[in-house]
Design a binder for this molecule. Structure first.
Ligand code: IFM
Length: 671
């Protein structure tokens, strides 16, 4: 279960930072090398800790780097990009979340090997531990400068208003106070040998004899707010505990693809599961769209969580699943405020949630030609987010039957969501139906459209289910349910039932295809490759008012197909096949969420070879460094948790239940 790369390629520094990421749900540490700094995008990204600096996008905080290290043989600095490198390799053992590197340097009269490894402890989640080993084939004096690098890589910082650094005993301590909320972030690093402290760094002079191994262990603690340090044991003890915690996680989560020629796919699937395991939240927060790989997408939580991640945790890790659902319940006030600010009732959840605050900018894209911000309406119009949240709560309840959670916020959130759509809809007097106008569906290239099929069906389904639940809870828990209902308008359920019965649900045409939104079929009938040829700049934004895709049928990601795999009960098998065929040539897959939806659809319509292709694409995304890196001038690279969750869904629900290629004998799960 090991990912390896041989040789050092400076061009791959950012990609490897993502690919070799380690994490434990509380923080992630990018797969950079010991001797790297902010210019190499070293990042210790903290889950759910946000900070905003005036005039810039709010984002998650990157903490100080306690694994700072510089190595010198005499006066010669030894680093991966120096001409002293004879060989270099790095690995990530996904069975236990351990990153390691080995670099052989040419030194006077011989060679020196640097080996190091590190892990974010899954057992003691404040701990980041590292072991360094040096061995040379000649006697040599090596100087090590180690410590805490307070020069942090960040996209929209600086996030620390003040920084203090001190040494005590065998350790260094740094504390930063965030700008916006004054949260303390403490990073310490204890060394296994007594250093000499100088200029805020720990220095070690090593007189290494040929063939002798010198070992230096570092145990860092990352503490947020008033968290207290745990008493650290040795590196070996921390290593054992971490490995044991990982073993227990894999026991519940592994998925085995049995068959011939599936080794590459098996590794990609396990790598996806590894990413999901590193993201399971360890405190009251959710999972960001780029996980713990950095500050891209502002560290915000999108619909990705409910639609692509929650299914994995629901089956393998109910505690984390509950945290994800509770996050939405806890952030209900933000959703109520957002709805109110637009003049609606109920709960309109944040498109890019930072603890309920909608971090989505009015100008989410920068034009590559003019470098001017482009007005996008994701925040205002991607109303399907509330239905996605509702589906997450409903699925959680279906899986767990957790009535206390439903009575303590779950039902209220569902009803507030229903009320939001009730107030958002318009009555079409001619058609005699309610419609959802001026929205954006999952396909973000077509903004401000009417009656997006995904949105209308999701709303219909979730409101219907909400009302059914109120019926059954009314019988099982009459007084608690009555109390919840007393906070809404009298007869709210009857009003919602009447309304949702009249909500417009687009139907499939004679060919079995459902129109993505009103008027979609009238758009220019042109394929993705044709539209791509029209680009003037490779990073040009395809959507918005002037994008190349906007006047055409070309869509960013699965939309009707996403609906068909999420709520297949509203389609016949033939209709799912027809929609898959129809939308495929128009889908750019410009979002990492798209491939897994197509894979699931392909499984559903009995196209195992197509499904396998899409599956590999979603499962390999972070191994290949795939996915878009830019939206206009805005950097959107990082890891892709939704694609990882999608890979798991395809393996377990698609190949495991619907159809699989002949060479895949069996899909074995352990949940
Ligand atoms: O949530 C997605 C969206 O559907 C497409 N753009 C990227 C977001 C985060 O993954």
């Amino acid at each position: 279960m090991t990912l390896c790369s041989n040789g050092f390629d400076a061009e791959q520094t950012v990609a490897n930072g993502n690919k070799f990421l380690i994490g434990n749900g509380k923080f992630g540490y990018r797969g950079t090398l010991d001797e790297m700094g902010r210019e190499h995008c070293v990042g210790l990204n903290i889950a759910g800790l946000y900070d905003g600096v005036r005039g810039k996008w709010r984002e998650t905080v990157n903490a100080f780097n306690p694994l700072y290290l510089k190595l010198f043989a005499g006066d010669v600095p030894l680093n991966a990009w120096s001409d002293r490198v004879v060989a270099h390799s790095q690995t990530l053992d996904i069975s236990c979340g351990v990153f390691s590197r080995k670099t052989l340097f040419r030194i006077d009269g011989g060679t020196l090997q640097l080996r190091s490894e590190r892990f974010c402890s899954m057992a003691n989640t404040s701990v980041l531990a590292s072991r360094l080993e040096l061995v040379a084939d000649v006697d040599v004096t090596v100087d090590i400068v180690a410590g805490i690098d307070v020069d942090v890589w960040e996209l929209n910082g600086p996030h620390f208003a003040s920084v203090t650094l001190r040494d005590e005993g065998d350790a260094l301590f740094a504390e930063g106070i965030t700008q916006e909320k004054g949260v303390s972030v403490k990073v310490s690093c204890a060394f296994s040998r007594q250093p000499v402290f100088e200029d805020g760094f720990a220095r070690f002079r090593v007189c290494l004899k040929a063939g002798q191994t010198y070992t230096l262990d570092r145990i860092a603690n990352i503490l947020i707010g008033d968290e207290q340090p745990i008493c650290n044991s040795t590196y070996d003890a921390e290593y054992r505990q971490n490995a044991e915690s990982w073993r227990r996680l894999w026991d519940k989560s592994d998925v085995i693809l049995a068959g011939s020629g599936v080794d590459e796919a098996q590794f990609a699937l396990r790598y996806s599961i590894y990413q999901l395991l590193t993201l399971a939240p360890k405190r009251d927060c959710s999972i960001a769209a780029r996980g713990l790989s950095g500050q891209t997408y502002k560290g915000a939580v999108f619909w990705d969580t409910e639609m692509f991640l929650l299914p994995f945790y629901l089956k393998t890790d109910p505690i984390s699943a509950k945290r994800l659902v509770e996050y939405r319940i806890r952030t209900l006030d933000g959703a109520l405020d957002k709805a109110k600010s637009y003049g609606y009732k109920g709960a309109f959840f944040a498109w890019e949630s930072q603890d309920g605050y909608d971090a989505c900018s009015d100008f989410n894209v920068t034009d590559v030609f003019t470098h001017r911000p482009v007005r996008t309406y994701f925040k205002d119009k991607q109303i399907h987010i509330s239905a996605d949240v509702a589906l997450g709560i409903l699925r959680y309840y279906d899986q767990t039957q957790d009535a206390p959670l439903m009575l303590n916020g779950g039902l209220t959130t569902l009803l507030q969501i229903a009320e939001f759509y009730y107030s958002y809809s318009y009555y079409d007097h001619v058609g005699g139906r309610f419609e959802l106008l001026d929205v954006i569906g999952p396909d973000e290239y077509h903004e401000r459209v009417n009656n997006n099929a995904y949105t209308n069906y999701m709303v219909y389904h979730c409101v219907k289910r909400t009302l059914e639940l109120f019926g059954s809870f009314g019988e099982s828990y009459p007084s608690a349910t009555k109390e919840i209902l007393s906070r809404f308008e009298p007869n709210i359920c009857a009003a919602l039932a009447d309304w949702v019965g009249k909500l417009y649900l687009p139907k499939c045409n004679e060919q079995g295809v459902m129109e993505q939104f009103d008027g979609y079929f009238d758009l220019e009938d042109v394929t993705v490759s044709e539209v791509r040829k029209r680009l003037v700049h490779p990073r040009e934004y395809w959507g918005g008012t002037t994008g190349v895709a906007t006047p055409t049928r070309v869509i960013k990601q699965a939309d009707v197909v996403m609906l068909a795999v999420t709520l297949p009960q509203y389609f016949t098998a033939e209709q799912i096949a027809a929609n898959y065929e129809f939308y495929l040539p128009y889908t750019e897959h410009g979002s990492s969420l798209s491939a897994s939806a197509y894979a699931l659809a392909a499984c559903r319509v009995g196209r195992p070879d197509d499904a396998w292709k899409w599956f590999l694409q979603t499962a390999r995304i972070d191994l290949d460094g795939g996915g878009k890196q830019w939206a206009g001038d805005v950097y959107i690279g990082g890891t892709h948790p939704a694609a990882n969750g999608g890979a798991w869904m395809v393996a377990t629900q698609g190949f495991g239940k619907m159809c699989k290629p002949d060479f895949l004998r069996e899909v074995k799960t352990f949940f």
